[in-house]
Design a protein around this ligand. Sequence first.
Ligand code: DC
Length: 218
Amino acid sequence: MKIAIDGPGGAGKSTIAKAAAKALGLIYIDTGAMYRAVALYAIRKGVNTETEAVDALLPEVEITIQHEGDTQRIYLCGEDVSDQIRTPEISVGASKVAVRPAVRLKLVELQRALAKTNNVIMDGRDIGTYVLPDADLKIFLVADEQERARRRYKELLEKGEKCSFDEVLLDLQFRDKNDASRAFAPLKQAEDAVLLDSTTLSLAETVERVITMIKGKM
Ligand code: DC
C-alpha cells in the first residue's frame, strides 16, 4: 500500500498523514524531515545552503529513520535531530537544498526503499509526481495561504519558538515559490491526485476524509 500526500507548507500534511497512519496501521514517512536534516548538516558545517558546496557534503550525510509508535524519529549520522530540524531557519534551508538534484536523488533512493518494504503514507512535495508515481492513492492537500501561516505560527509558538506571524508568512511564501519553481521534481499536483482543500475544514474532518479515501483503496 502506498499513499502519497503532497502540497505546500503548513497545509497540515504531516498531522493528517500521522493520524491516518495510526488509524489504519500504515507507516508514516515524513520526507520533508530528510531535506531538513541535510540543511541542518550544511548549516552546522558553515556551508551556504544555496551553493553547490552542499553536494560535496552528501557522501558524509547519513540519514536513518526509526519509528517509535506512530512517530518518526530522524537520525543524522547517528544523532537524533528530530527536534532540532523544526526551526524557521532550517525550513528555509531545507527548501534551498531541495532545489539540488544531487540532494533529491540521494533522498528519493531512501524514500523508495522505505516504500518497497512497508505499507506507507508518505508526505512531501513530489511524492505523487516523482517518488511514487504508482501510488495507490495521491492526495494534494492545500489551504489558503493566510490560514496555513496561522496554523504554522501557532505550532511554533506552542513549541516555544520566538517568531512573528509576518516572519512565518514570508517564510511560507518564499518556500512555496521556491519549491514550485525548481526545475527538478517541483511541488505540483499529480494529474491523478485528488485535490483536498482544508481551509474551512477542522483537523478531524480532514483526517476523516483522508481515511475514507484510503479505505476505498484497501
Ligand atoms: O514538509 P516540510 O515543510 O518539512 O519540508 C521542508 C522543505 O523540504 C520544503 O520547503 C521543500 C523540501 N521538500 C521537498 O522538496 N520535497 C519533499 N518531498 C519534501 C520536502
